[in-house]
Design a protein around this ligand. Structure first.
Ligand code: TYC
Length: 106
């Protein structure tokens, strides 16, 4: 029998290259809804306090919601977006305002 019996076959199996899976977390838009009762200054205050907007940015977003019925306060990962929605709804409840806030996948 001929062959290469003496040779060590070290190349068995399938060569694989592993690469760590680094899936980017999904992003969520936090949306503010307009209503006829929540004071404009209250909404601006929330946008500054919870969403860290400047007074100018907050006023722009508030007026956008006031005029269009809905607007984006910010885009975050799910847990952060959910926390901000809860903070807005809690503040609205405490102030006895009917302000609504929700999130959607970006
Ligand atoms: N429309 C309200 C008013 O005229 C102001 C307002 C703006 C309320 C944005 C909610 O998400 C809102 N007082």
């Amino acid at each position: 029998m001929s062959g290469n019996d003496d040779e060590q076959d070290t190349e068995r199996g399938v060569a694989t290259k592993t690469r760590p899976k680094t899936k980017k977390p999904s992003q969520y838009r936090v949306l503010l809804l307009n209503d006829d009762y929540t004071p404009m200054e209250f909404v601006v205050g929330l946008l500054m306090g919870i969403f860290k907007k400047t007074q100018e940015e907050a006023t722009k977003i508030m007026l956008d919601v006031h005029q269009n019925g809905i607007g984006v306060c910010g885009i975050y990962t799910f847990e952060i977006a959910e926390t901000k929605v809860t903070q807005v709804l809690d503040a609205a409840k405490r102030g006895d305002h009917p302000l609504k806030c929700t999130l959607e996948k970006a």
